[in-house]
Design a protein around this ligand. Structure first.
Ligand SMILES: [Zn+2]
Length: 470
């Protein structure tokens, strides 16, 4: 771990935001940053129900130690309502100076079958320019980007009176179940002028991005019942269609013949300015050669600015347990991604209305409403956005592109609701090959260095954000 004493041996940065001077200084800090990242990813901090909580606690303690080492003063582990431990570290702003909140999460996705990994998921392994491990990118690299930026420019920020708060959540991958009560309980500690969420992806290796739109999500469980109990499919089959068949007929009405969502009343946002090639999409998603894609319009539009609906689970007898019976009841969980501009409650209403309206006459259909998460669209022309674009361009040597994310970060909407005056920037440590949540997750270490540099520049320049600009 690098301590403030170590930093004294490194030349101070003169004109605070000179990228070349900072880059030189960063080079000296990177080996330790990567070592610390490796130590963090060795802790299997999966916060899903049913997993051991001990590693999540250990991971929170390790993060707290890193924040203390990076010069933050008020560092504590916090949780509300039985939630997983988050870490908050602060150094308050001088009067009249801005505060920047840096967000990341220290919990990780489950690994899937470890046998499918090239090397064990919690044993960080370098291959080429990438570091492979669960959490190496999502989002322990986000934690280490904040720590490294503070090691890099913490003293200058202190001298400038710029306040820094680091908030490292412990249950993001498990759906942030206590996020809203948490930020309400810690409203004073977390209040900031600018919030940097380092939990997304850049456009490509070598091309930085700001994630300026995120889809929201609503889900529901639809249950189809055709009989009071299971009966012999030979003796009774014919006059009654079994529940899985009726369910399949209902689910088939959710898309049209082109594979577009066929639910009336859903909103589309304007098409994105950047385009993802079909080739890239096919490679990243793993679409077998020769299979046509579904939907119409650009790939980026299909991913970010239009609705998408998936059946994510079906309850019905397994093939292994299949017997000659008419199955009386079947259930499916459907997940509807919604673009910026779509209210989740309205999307839920039209989804439920569609399922009820298309219920087969010979089935009882019940729809249970599930979770709702809001979409997000960044304030495009804010001074904070300009600051971010400048920092990313200086770190990468080329301008950042605006991207969307087909996925959801529902807590972004919570942050905006609890801190309406703050600007939220969604930055990334991942690239398209990072395979966050997948087998062989990895971080590109060259890109990681640029993420750290951009964040340091952003922090140093945050002093230029005058209150009247915000
Ligand atoms: Zn994440």
């Amino acid at each position: 771990m690098t301590t403030p004493q170590d930093l004294q041996h490194i030349a101070p940065v003169g004109a605070a935001s000179d990228p070349d001077a900072l880059r030189t200084r960063l080079d000296a800090l990177l080996p330790q940053a990567i070592k610390d990242l490796e130590a963090l990813v060795r802790i299997p901090s999966i916060a899903f129900p049913g997993h051991d909580r001990e590693p999540v606690q250990r991971s929170a303690e390790a993060v707290a130690e890193l924040l203390r080492g990076a010069g933050l003063e008020q560092v504590s582990l916090e949780s509300v309502a039985g939630g997983a431990p988050a870490v908050i570290g602060r150094r308050p702003a001088a009067p009249g100076r801005p505060t920047v909140l840096l967000y990341a999460h220290h919990d990780v996705q489950p690994t899937g079958d470890p046998a499918e990994w090239t090397t064990p998921p919690f044993e960080p392994t370098r291959r080429g320019e990438r570091l492979y491990a669960r959490g190496a990118a999502d989002d322990k690299a986000g934690v280490m980007a904040h720590v490294t930026a503070l090691r890099l420019v913490g003293e200058e920020l202190s001298a400038e009176g710029i306040g820094v708060t680091v908030f490292v959540e412990g249950e993001e991958e498990a759906g942030s179940p206590t996020f809203r009560p948490f930020i309400e309980a810690h409203r004073d500690a977390l209040a900031a002028d600018l919030i940097v969420v380092a939990d997304s992806a850049n456009w490509a290796v070598g091309v930085p991005a700001l994630t300026t739109s995120l889809r929201g999500v609503v889900d529901a469980v639809v249950e189809v019942r055709v009989l009071e109990q299971a009966v012999h499919s030979g003796l009774f089959g014919g006059p009654v269609l079994d529940a899985p068949t009726q369910l399949a007929r209902l689910l088939a009405t959710l898309h049209d013949e082109n594979g577009e969502v066929a639910i009336p009343g859903l909103v589309r946002a304007a098409d994105p300015e950047v385009e993802m090639t079909e080739e890239d999409y096919r490679r990243d998603a793993g679409v077998p050669a020769g299979l046509p894609l579904s939907g119409t319009g650009s790939i980026a539009a299909r991913l970010w600015t239009r609705p998408a609906l998936s059946v994510i689970g079906i309850d019905a007898p397994t093939v292994r347990d299949a017997s000659n019976t008419l199955v009386p009841v079947a259930r499916a969980k459907v997940s509807l991604r919604i673009p910026p501009g779509q209210e989740p409650a309205a999307a839920m209403d039209v989804l439920v209305a569609h399922l009820e309206a298309h219920a087969p006459a010979a089935a009882q259909v019940t729809v249970h409403r599930g979770e709702q998460g809001r979409p997000y669209s960044a304030r495009q022309d804010s001074p904070a956005m300009e600051l971010a674009r400048g920092a990313l361009a200086d770190a990468w040597g080329r301008p950042a592109v605006d991207t969307g994310l087909g996925g959801s970060i529902p807590f972004i909407a919570d942050l905006l609701e609890v801190f309406p005056a703050a600007d939220v920037l969604v930055t990334g440590v991942e690239d398209p090959e990072s395979r966050a949540h997948g087998i062989d997750e990895s971080l590109h270490l060259g890109e990681f260095a640029k993420v750290c540099l951009a964040e340091a520049l952003l922090l140093l320049r945050a002093g230029d954000l005058r209150r009247e600009d915000r």
